[in-house]
Structure formats: C-alpha cells, structure tokens
Design a protein around this ligand. Structure first.
Ligand SMILES: Cc1cc2nc3c(=O)[nH]c(=O)nc-3n(C[C@H](O)[C@H](O)[C@H](O)COP(=O)(O)O)c2cc1C
Length: 177
C-alpha cells in the first residue's frame, strides 16, 4: 500500500520522528506545506505528524479540512509534545483536535518530543518567556512543571525509536508487512 509521511515541525523533534518513520517504512516523506490534497489522494496510507502547541496539533488542518476527500484512506496521526505520555494527555489531545466522527477515521499516537528555547520562533519565545516567569514565581511545582522550567536552561530531547515503534508496527500491520 502506497504510504506517505507528512509532517510539520518547528524546532525539529517531529521531523526526527518523521525521518525515522519514513526510513523504517521506506515511504515518501513531505513537509506539510509542500503537499497538496491531489498529491495525498495518490496514497493509501497517510501518516501525519505535528508538534503540540497549546494542545493543538501543528498543521492538522491539512487533514481536517480535507477529511471528506480522504475517507477511503488509512489515516495515522501522531502529535509530539514536551509532556510525558499519559492517558490523560492522550485523551485531551485527541478530544481537543478531533470530533468523535474524525476519531473513527484516524489512528492516533502521542510520541513525546522535546523542548529547545533557542530554536523557537519569536512569537513562541514570547509566550514561553511568560510561562517561565509564571512557573518561577510558583511556590510549589509539579514534577512536569519543574521539568519544564529546567528545560529553559538545558534543552531536552525525548525522541526515540522506541517511542515510534508502536506506530511503525501498526502501519506495517495494516500494509501486511
Ligand atoms: C508556544 C508553545 C506551546 C506548547 N504547548 C505544548 C502543549 O500544549 N503540550 C505539550 O506537551 N507541549 C507543548 N509545547 C512543546 C512542544 O510541543 C514540543 O517542543 C514539541 O516537541 C515541538 O515539536 P516541533 O519542534 O517538531 O514542532 C509547546 C511549545 C511551545 C513553544
């Protein structure tokens, strides 16, 4: 089955997963802004990956706006955030980004990314500086908040082949190899 990996990545974590996945599945790979609906229609399996920004999946409109034209495709989506994987994170992301109807058509994975302040776009730097200030002022921090605060000084990268393996195995299983 013809497979394509499409991704949107701001600071490179999603791209790392996209490269891993496309190389493992030996499939085409395109950056999200460089692919058209007509091109997507040539594939049987569409994998889309995007970073999480305020729980929204970067670039997911490409699929959501065109979902009616893609109902005969197998669609696999992954989102990468800095948060560790948890059932609540998975549920929040899937429910915020997809209607129940869309969830029926999409197989969704959460693959933990990373955080590197220096690589952020200016507008994201501004937002995250505000977050840093807010966290610095708190008396008590949760483990996630403490980890996030530390990551401002020392970039973190949680990407791994192990994280991507379940998605890779899933696509192999629907292709039959
Ligand atoms: C403005 C902003 C908002 C973010 N919001 C979230 C979020 O809601 N949940 C999360 O887990 N990570 C969040 N992150 C972290 C990114 O999702 C993480 O760095 C991800 O790996 C980015 O992937 P990319 O660089 O490939 O786009 C946010 C980062 C920025 C800069």
């Amino acid at each position: 089955m013809k497979t394509i990996m499409v991704y949107k990545s701001n600071s490179g974590y999603v791209k790392k997963y996209a490269d891993m996945i496309s190389s493992e599945l030996k499939c085409d790979i395109r950056e999200g802004s460089k692919v058209s609906l007509d091109q997507l229609k040539n594939y049987d399996i569409i994998i889309f990956g995007g970073g999480l920004y305020a729980v929204g999946i970067n670039g997911i409109k490409l699929l959501k706006n065109n979902i009616d034209s893609l109902v005969d495709k197998k669609i696999v989506v992954f989102a990468s955030g800095a948060s560790p994987f948890r059932e609540e994170v998975y549920d929040e992301v899937i429910n915020k980004n997809f209607t129940l109807e869309q969830q029926e058509l999409i197989k969704f994975f959460y693959l933990r990314g990373g955080f590197d302040f220096k690589k952020l776009k200016l507008r994201h730097k501004v937002v995250m500086k505000g977050m840093k200030m807010h966290l610095s002022k708190k008396d008590e921090l949760t483990e996630d908040e403490a980890g996030m605060l530390a990551a401002f000084d020392k970039p973190v990268d949680f990407t791994s082949k192990e994280n991507a393996q379940e998605l890779i195995d899933y696509v192999k299983s629907i292709r039959g190899f």
